[in-house]
Design a protein around this ligand. Sequence first.
Ligand code: FMN
Ligand code: COI
Length: 369
Amino acid sequence: MSDTTVERTPRPSGDGPSGAALVNLADYREAAREILPAEVFDYLEGGAADEHTVRWNQQTYRQLALLPRVLTGHASVDTGCSVFDTALDSPILLAPAASHRLFHPDGEAATARGAAEAGALMTVSTFSSQTVEEIGAAAGGPWWFQLYVQRDRGLTAELVRRARAASARALAVTVDTPVTGLRERDLRNGFALPSHGSPANLPHAPGTSAHGAIHDPRIDPAVDWSDLAALGEVSGLPVLAKGILRAEDAKRAAEAGIGVWISNHGGRNLDTAASTLSALPAIAERVAGRVPVIIDGGVRRGTDVVKALALGADAVAVGRPYIWGLAVDGAGGVRDVIRGLRRETEVAMALVGAATLDDLTPDLVTAAR
Ligand SMILES: Cc1cc2nc3c(=O)[nH]c(=O)nc-3n(C[C@H](O)[C@H](O)[C@H](O)COP(=O)(O)O)c2cc1C
Ligand SMILES: CC(C)CC(=O)C(=O)O
């Protein structure tokens, strides 16, 4: 495998490697592509198999159009919201992503600072390349811990205890990864995590190549609903199930007080899994406001945020986009990506006639023709 160390020269925030202004998320993507080693960019961007789900996640947003309300008399826009009793400036969250030091030497601590500067909630991966203690100390705002339930349940309990002690406010338990998907870009590139990206929270486990045997030696594939309930009891923290696509699963979660995080892992696990936005309306109907509904996958524009909230999500999360920001400019890049998406959301809200997130209702959305 070639050297994946990221060479970087300082550059003013908001400018890409070629000096061009970075105006939207796609600009950050192109800038990150220029900076990152090709196999690291492939690990970030790639999905499973033919990457249909990766594309569908974004395309489904393009297949919906907005029907703006006019003459509403609103003179301001407020994106404030509350998720599991945590007040947030905006409904844009950072989805968990493993190994931030692959993308920038300052790693998750930089992401945490950038998220706080943008007033956004970060979710820290079990497979973070810095410890929850280091990240918790750097975080100036609320954060959640993403849990991959470990085969070693003692280790799982210890991870949860450490995350809570480091001030995590909720557990997002990933339920869509009994095995990791077959990511063909990584297979072609022979990509394995270099040591600077290895999981800092976990003891070194032998054979942790993500793409060797079908089961990851660390992640317990046999997790069930009783495990999620027990995690809530033991931790005393709110629990979300990350990776829900079926309305009946969402209903079951809501009945147990477990938050619903609609996700197909950014198309990285089961190719041809349904796009997340297509799954949202039925899920929102069955959850009926009992627990928070988060959605991730393919959110790239403020108009995407508006559509997801109009169709019943309480918040969205982004994965790849803030990593593009991290790669380009560390904490400042994360901050600018999230701020940019929030600004687009505010503009889109004003243009559809919404003063608050409660004004985002399903009648604002119709099929694009
Ligand atoms: C590089 C990368 C690493 C990821 N690592 C994790 C992880 O450790 N745990 C997890 O639950 N999801 C992980 N995900 C999935 C994201 O949390 C999220 O579901 C997905 O990226 C959302 O799609 P988007 O990238 O289109 O916004 C990862 C995604 C990427 C791109
Ligand atoms: C090590 C992997 C399981 C992390 C992950 O969730 C991902 O790359 O999508």
